[in-house]
Design a protein around this ligand. Structure first.
Ligand code: CA
Length: 232
């Protein structure tokens, strides 16, 4: 039985233009939201700035090779699944990639359908490994049962509120930028900050009203962050 395919945000780091365009177009046609970098340095920067569901990473890249990109992504604590691409079927290359933190490997030339399938598999594996309940301070979000509580009291959230709170909790106490919130909410990083603000005033009401210390903080012109109440 085939599993439904999720709409994923995929970063493609590939210097060969024709190859990159093929992959980009194929995955986009299958509903993925694509970002692309043509060298290792630019790819690393995107990988660290954003939250992708999967990174497709070529091994041979200008400025910073794929193994080094992989190593630095992991060194920064990012667990984004990484699928490495290489032109050579060499065991040493694969071992080097896995050591650096790659999750899967594909040797060129490959079928685009296989690439698309592996991207989905990596994403599903990651979801299974992620915790089913997120906790920040006295706030808990049960992802499987769609229940939010603060201080043991259930909080009523709209589906939009739930997605925004999940995005905030996953990065807490770090700031989540407008484009990431728009991606979480609408599956599209293009955003209208005014619409986000409306959702956030509702979310604030649900999460912070009646509590001495608010957890949702505005980072002006940038985004929002969730901070656990200071221990007293
Ligand atoms: Ca290359």
């Amino acid at each position: 039985m085939s599993q439904p395919t999720a709409k994923l945000r995929v970063l493609l780091i590939e210097d060969q233009r024709a190859q990159a365009e093929n992959i980009w177009e194929f995955l986009e046609m299958h509903g993925q939201v694509m970002d692309h970098a043509a060298d290792g340095q630019a790819g690393l920067q995107l990988a660290l700035e954003n939250d992708y569901d999967v990174i497709v990473l070529d091994l041979g890249l200008p400025r910073l090779d794929g193994v080094e990109v992989c190593r630095r992504v992991r060194a920064e604590g990012k667990a984004t699944p990484i699928l490495m691409l290489t032109a050579r079927e060499r065991l040493e290359d694969k071992l080097l990639g896995f050591e650096a933190g790659a999750d899967d490997y594909l040797t060129k030339p490959f079928e685009l359908r296989e690439l698309a399938a592996r991207v989905q598999v990596l994403h599903r594996r990651m979801q299974r490994l992620s915790p089913a309940v997120l906790m920040v301070g006295d706030l808990e979000l049960d992802l499987a049962n769609r229940i939010a509580t603060r201080g043991g009291q259930q909080i009523g959230l709209s589906p939009a509120g739930f997605r925004l709170l999940e995005a905030l909790m996953r990065k807490a106490p770090h700031v989540v930028q407008y484009n990431e919130l728009a991606q979480a909410l609408w599956g599209d990083p293009e955003h209208d900050p005014a619409r986000l603000h409306t959702h956030f005033s509702l979310l604030r009401n649900a999460v912070d009203r009646g509590f001495a210390q608010p957890m949702i903080h505005t980072v002006h012109s940038f985004g929002y962050r969730l901070v656990p109440p200071a221990a007293t």
